[in-house]
Design a protein around this ligand. Structure first.
Ligand code: MN
Length: 237
């Protein structure tokens, strides 16, 4: 293991990786709980508060960042703040949250839909999912971070939604939820084994809705260990 060859701590040691794995497991259990909890008529704030309650009840030290729970047109803001908006049938709901365990952050995002999805919503969701899976597929030690971003962006651009993918594909995670490396068009870093990185492409159509899907993957020589195991097929609540 070339754990001393980099000038910073993008590469995590086994203890740090175990903490991240635990944080992700809490995230998965929280998401599973939410799938039974979220109902039409609830507000975004109510759901965000439930995420906080559940993660703390599982032993999280705190939240890794302010939970994003945005619905309907609010979901087209990638860093939206939960509001009093009430969840209605047909709304996309984007849930982006993480626990801190033993000092290390989790970070995951899933987008689900209430009641039913239009064919356009399904189409956009599946473009994002295709981009996310393609990007995950490229992640491996020795691959350029920019190449991972390219893999996601190519799929979204080819589908005609390039202008709506308004952020990078991912970032490193550790004690801070946003650490090096960055995975975007301009990234110059090369992935190495035992870097935890997020893969989180999205499409945000102003005034309509947004979709983002995010996993937290540990880079290895052969690919990834994905620490997030929540389902990614479109969930219709
Ligand atoms: Mn993230």
């Amino acid at each position: 293991m070339e754990t001393t060859s980099l000038p910073n701590n993008m590469i995590k040691n086994p203890e740090e990786l175990m903490a991240i794995l635990k944080a992700s497991a809490m995230g998965d259990m929280c998401f599973s709980h939410l799938m039974g909890y979220i109902k039409e008529g609830m507000t975004e704030i109510q759901i965000a508060e439930e995420i906080h309650r559940v993660l703390m009840s599982m032993g999280a030290q705190k939240l890794a960042f302010d939970t994003i729970c945005v619905s309907g047109p609010n979901s087209c803001e990638p860093h939206g703040v939960p509001s009093d908006r009430i969840i209605r049938e047909g709304d996309f709901i984007t849930l982006d949250f993480g626990a801190v365990v033993d000092g290390y952050c989790g970070d995951m995002t899933r987008t689900v839909v209430m009641g039913h999805a239009t064919s356009e919503q399904k189409k956009v969701y599946h473009i994002v999912l295709g981009a996310q899976l393609a990007a995950l597929d490229t992640v491996r030690a020795g691959v350029a971070c920019a190449e991972v971003d390219r893999a996601a962006r190519d799929i979204i651009e080819e589908a005609g939604y390039g202008e709506y993918f308004v952020h990078g594909t991912g970032h490193g995670v550790g004690r801070l939820v946003h650490e090096a490396p960055t995975l975007n068009r301009k990234s110059e870093e090369i992935l190495a084994s035992y870097m935890p990185v997020t893969i989180e492409p999205g499409i945000y159509i102003p005034g309509k809705y947004g979709v983002r899907i995010e996993d937290l993957a540990i880079v290895t020589e052969f690919g990834i260990i994905n620490t997030v195991n929540s389902p990614k097929d479109l969930i219709i609540l």
